[in-house]
Design a protein around this ligand. Sequence first.
Ligand code: NAP
Length: 303
Amino acid sequence: MIDVIIVGAGPAGLSAAIYVERSGKHAVCFEKLTVGGQIVNTPDIANYPGIKNISGFEFSMGLYEQATELGAEVIYDKVSGIVKSEEDNTFKVTTGSGKEYEAKAVILATGAKNRHLGLDKEEELTGRGVSYCATCDGAFFKGKDVAVNGGGNTALEDALFLTNYCNKVYIIHRRDEFRGEPQNLEAVKNKENIEFVLNSTVTELKGDKALEAVVVKNKETLEEKEIPVSGLFIAIGQEPDNGDFSPVADLDKGGYIVADEKCLTKTLGIFVAGDCRTKDVRQLTTAASDGAVAALAACSYIS
Ligand code: NAP
């Protein structure tokens, strides 16, 4: 019987694991992909209090080492279901590989996955010009013209990162105002090889074996134009992946898990932390903060 099962080993999950272990309980994180979650792909974190600059990879490895050195375990498997026993209030957790585990409490920290544009050929051209990760794939586009789609911090940081390799970087954004921080926007504006394509959406991907061009439509003039690019980095935000947990937790209309101030879901003993829950601010700091709150609430629940 595990004290606390944590679903996800990103910043929220690993922060929760640290707090569970430091409370004298045992935490086991289940991770379907890689530890660190999406932050692993961020080249430079400059807004985590107390750390001036750090790469997402280094930050994630630090969290992982801190959690595992305290005694937390990470199992690489996808959690596919949670059932609460009516007899003793414990939880049966099933995984994609068909295994079953038992826990006294569960923390859901599943984060979010990259949102797709939903265009024809998007899946087919993924890995052949279409990418959701500039830090992973940017180096393949050395000397080429590429586009980034989106207006948040990810898009701005991706564009800046890509200027290290690419001849020209277009930022295609559906508005003329940006969600990303002013500092990031300023840095982007100062780059000579970045061109803005604003009030525009990508309507078509061209190319058969590899991406050759994107077609963009201006929302105001309704004009369509083709931009020849070898790469399109889609950075239009994330969406949650909580469908498997709807029997034990309420989801809002966007699919995020609803919880109270203590990160408690509708099921006593199941808590939620990080980007997968309903909240206004999705940042590294708020993920870590949720992890601490959920872990302490879970430990108090089982003791
Ligand atoms: P985001 O802030 O949600 O921005 C998504 C962008 O994509 C928005 O500009 C949005 O446009 C656009 N968009 C959404 N759906 C679209 C669609 N279907 N078609 C075209 N455009 C679409 O996402 P993010 O940039 O990935 O950032 C997620 C969170 O992580 C944010 O809180 C961000 O601050 C944080 N983050 C922080 C750092 C850092 O601090 N270093 C780095 C990366 C991310 P609208 O603006 O018109 O809605």
